[in-house]
Ligand binder design. Structure first.
Ligand SMILES: *Cc1c(COP(=O)(O)O)cnc(C)c1O
Length: 443
């Protein structure tokens, strides 16, 4: 069976995939690498099981041991986020958001969040999203919420506090959601929480991108700033397996979240990743603060090195970023290379992986998401590989070679493969205790 041609074909493709990524510079702001310990758990027998319901109240048998796993996972996460209640059943960040929408809103309620062109995520998008999708964003098209936008200061890259206060008073939303996919600076939760609560809104903070930085105490602390719930993906700056969680600020919210998660947004909740998440949380307790600090230091350094080489890194007067993310306006390459899609492609040929992204002012310039004016860069994955400030200068130099000096991307890819030789292991995480294939042997 192991010589089945289709099996070999897939393996062969995966080998190429691994070779490409292991020799590239990974800069997608929403991705990360799990440790060997977390990977070991991902292929355990838990990957085959169901555990519908809450711990101790399952509607499937066989979960005596898994209940202990989930209990430990939740305990570690509650300690990490200093929260009285967490639900780790949502299988992704979008499902975590849907769980909150289901728990705390009704169809047609007004929800306020930032718009997609200024950094918002599709999961908080309206029925007719500006992304050209026929279905629209999750909040509008799936949760049937009436999405209104929080006013945004395009050039300061943050929510406009004074205008947002007025807009919240005028629209009287049932849900105000902070957080974004392009997230350079902390959102003004403290400044807007009181007004949002006054009009009767539930406040959710979508920490998909910055969850690691929050747990590492290097970003804002939304739960202490007035947020009622916080949702997150567990695999962006928080380097866990791909999953989502809902975090409550107080115990009273638990029942609503639990019943929205099941039976509602989940049936199976991907048990192997609950185990992996527990270990990722334990790793984060040990290494998270140092890791988060280095992510931000690297982002600021990379911003500076790119800026010095002539790149239009957004917000130079504010130190480029206070998170893992940089936004670079590449519209000055329009004549020589093209816009976002072309720049993304050329970088990819040179083994630099960073995605095209809308700039907040692209709408004014009549540029759309297919070929926007920016690229987004995240430093969380290269930091996980052990890179520090010195390597940020090397990476900035590679960008210059590709986009300014027009050196053959194939040659640069070769140099990048050489550069990556020193960065092939996962830092800030645990080693595996046994070889992954031993699990398969057991079955
Ligand atoms: C990535 C992201 C999500 C969704 O996460 P998935 O885990 O991919 O479902 C939600 N909100 C924001 C702001 C994001 O950036």
């Amino acid at each position: 069976m192991s010589h089945d041609p289709d099996f070999l074909k897939i393996r062969n493709i995966l080998e190429k995939h691994h070779k490409y990524w292991n020799n590239a510079i990974p800069l997608i702001a929403s991705e990360n690498l799990t440790s060997p310990a977390v990977r070991e758990l991902a292929i355990s027998d838990l990957a085959h099981r169901y555990a519908e319901g809450w711990i101790g109240e399952r509607v499937y048998p066989g979960n005596e041991y898994f209940d202990d796993v989930e209990e430990l996972c939740l305990k570690l996460l509650r300690e990490l986020y200093n929260s009285p209640f967490i639900d780790a059943r949502p299988i992704s960040g979008v499902v975590a958001n849907l769980t909150v929408y289901t728990a705390f809103t009704q169809a047609n309620d007004v929800m306020m969040a930032i718009s997609i062109p200024v950094g918002g995520h599709i999961s908080s998008g309206p029925l007719k999203a500006s992304t050209g999708s026929f279905i629209g964003g999750t909040a509008g098209a799936v949760a049937r919420l009436n999405v209104q936008y929080l006013p945004f200061d395009r050039y300061g890259l943050n929510i406009d506090i004074d205008k947002a206060k007025l807009a919240i008073q005028e629209k009287k939303p049932k849900l105000v959601q902070f957080g974004a996919s392009v997230f350079l600076f902390p959102h003004p939760v403290k400044e807007l929480a009181e007004i949002a609560h006054e009009v009767g809104a539930h406040i959710n903070y979508d920490a998909a991108h910055v969850a690691g930085l929050i747990a590492g105490k290097q970003f804002q602390d939304p739960l202490r700033e007035g947020t009622d719930t916080m949702t997150m993906s567990t695999h962006k700056t928080f380097p866990g397996p791909q999953k989502g969680i809902v975090i409550a600020s107080r115990e009273e919210l638990a029942e609503k979240i639990k019943s929205a998660a099941f039976p509602g947004m989940t049936s199976n909740h991907h048990l192997m990743h609950v185990a992996g998440l527990a270990v990722a949380a334990a790793e984060f307790k040990k290494f998270g603060e140092a890791y988060s600090k280095q992510i931000i230091t690297n982002a600021k350094a990379l911003g500076q090195y790119l800026y010095e080489r002539g790149f239009q890194v957004v917000c130079p007067d504010k130190g480029f970023t206070e998170s893992h993310t940089l936004l670079v306006d590449i519209s000055n390459f329009q004549d020589s290379i093209g816009l976002g899609a072309d720049v993304e492609q050329l970088l990819e040929k040179a083994s630099i992986i960073a995605n095209r992204n809308l700039l907040p002012w692209d709408v004014i310039e009549k540029r759309n998401y297919l070929n926007p004016g920016g690229i987004r860069i995240g430093t969380q994955e290269i930091t996980r590989l052990g890179m520090k400030q010195k390597e940020m200068e090397t990476i900035a130099e590679f960008f210059k070679q590709v986009l300014i000096d027009h050196i053959d991307p194939k040659k640069i890819a070769q140099d990048i493969a050489d550069f990556r030789q020193d960065f092939q292991t996962i830092h800030y995480g645990f080693e595996s205790q046994r070889r992954a294939y031993e699990y398969i042997k057991i079955v």
